[in-house]
Design a protein around this ligand. Sequence first.
Ligand code: TEU
Ligand code: CA
Length: 556
Amino acid sequence: MEKRAWWKESVIYQIYPRSFMDSNGDGIGDINGITSKLDYLKELGIDIVWLSPVYSSPNNDMGYDISDYQNIMTEFGTLSDWEIMLSEMHKRGIKLVMDLVVNHTSNQHPWFIESSSSKDNDKRDYYIWRDGKDNKAPNNWQAFFTEPAWTYDEKSEQYYLHLFTPEQPDLNWSNKEVRDNIYNMMKWWLDKGVDGFRMDVINLIGKKNGLPDGERILDSGMSFDIDLYANQPSTHDYLHEMNREVLSKYDIMTVGETPGVSTEQAVDYVAPEREELSMLFQFEHLDSYKDEQSWEIFDFDFKGFKNVFAKWQYALEGKGWNSSYLGNHDQPRQVSVYGNDKEYREVSAKMLATMIHTLKGTPYIYQGDELGMTNIVLDDISESMDVRSINFFEYAKHLGITEDEAMRRINQIGRDNSRTPMQWNSTDNAGFTSGKPWMKINDNYISINAQEQINNPDSVFSYYKKLIALRHSNDTLVYGAFKHTFENHERVFAYTRTLENNELLVLINFFGTAVNLDINGLENKNILISNYEDKCISEKAITLRPFESVVFEYSI
Ligand code: TEU
Ligand code: CA
């Protein structure tokens, strides 16, 4: 068996602090709100919290634009609130992973304020400044949120690079002083007792030498060619250095957010002998129904989707660790995308949870998914709180996309869907706040809420609880090798996990109609977990009902 590690055996829960729990009635979730809900997380049984950014920020990109890495955002509370939260987590045996956003800072960060003050400021080189070319940007790169990746600074008469919004200038990682500052900041948090970092777009920190033009040109005339700044050799040098100087000195875990990474590139980040990261988030399976950059939405390519998972399982086997996830604060609600958020909401939410917890890799639960929370409908763009959606709405006009069509796409795949406040109970504002919530709450909270589910043994919440408990008691679920079966089936995702003489067989019907699978000898096998109470098994076949998932366990 491969080497054990606590972060391989854990289940991680992501908190989006602005929408988790408001403790003081200003309508914004906060640190004390999180502390007040730790018993809920303990009841669920998770091991680790990944906390999205809580640092000082002007909130242009909701905390992913940081103006002070060593302070807490005023709306969220104080450093001493944070210290109480951490110690209350540790008392309950819950670990804390903080978000580390160091590809860029906010343009309100003192480093950028100094850097942009003049060409000869001694922090000028903390960011990436260049002269324009023929009165245009230094190159044709387009940023992630449909804007040019360069903004001209009138005062100091040069352009600076930003792969996200103009308010998020990219740090210059080739500057050793920048790296040392970041390493010291990381040690400061680690010495306070944090248990790891989720590293935002960490595969983008090194840019291609010479910052050349991209060749694949978009309708906008710019180039979104991720290979110009993703997975550069320098990025690996920096991560290895960070590991040597910081990470290796603590018993912690790290997960790198790495958009656009291939399986081969992934191994370079997570192979233990390379001494970089513990695991990563890859994005390939999320492309099975949408194009991230153009906001186009396709019919769900189920076979493509399951084959991506299988490919990743095989590619990392014995080489490095992965994560297992569908939802986060950047994705629409998983039950609305891959399940059915109407008549089969509960059973399909359980089915998706089954997949996440039975694949190899550390499972991640995004807040509210354990209740089967769904997408929301925004009636107007003014209801969107996300800069990415707001930018797309504007940009769509230039592409000849109607406002109705732009709203349709925003409602289907926009990030607001996952950022609506947690639905705690059926009282006003879902029990999230006693004031006016910072963003629209999904009105289905009357029926979909935590209070209604906690003591109901058939709820989505209770099913997650069982899966998490299994993950703790069953080594095969954690360490067993994956093997894909029924690869060409149009509606079923099926696989085995094998550890020594113990084997699990996972059968998942991803659709709302029943399907027969020819398999012999299932009737006497032990069922580890299923989202239906009974089974339709004959000597030679099993019928999987709408969104049915079942896990068998047996000796081989
Ligand atoms: O996201 C990086 C990323 O890849 C996103 O651009 C993603 O493609 C997009 O959100 C669409 O789903 C990280 C954070 O998770 C995100 O919230 C930040 O906005 C972004 O970095 C910049 O820090
Ligand atoms: Ca508050």
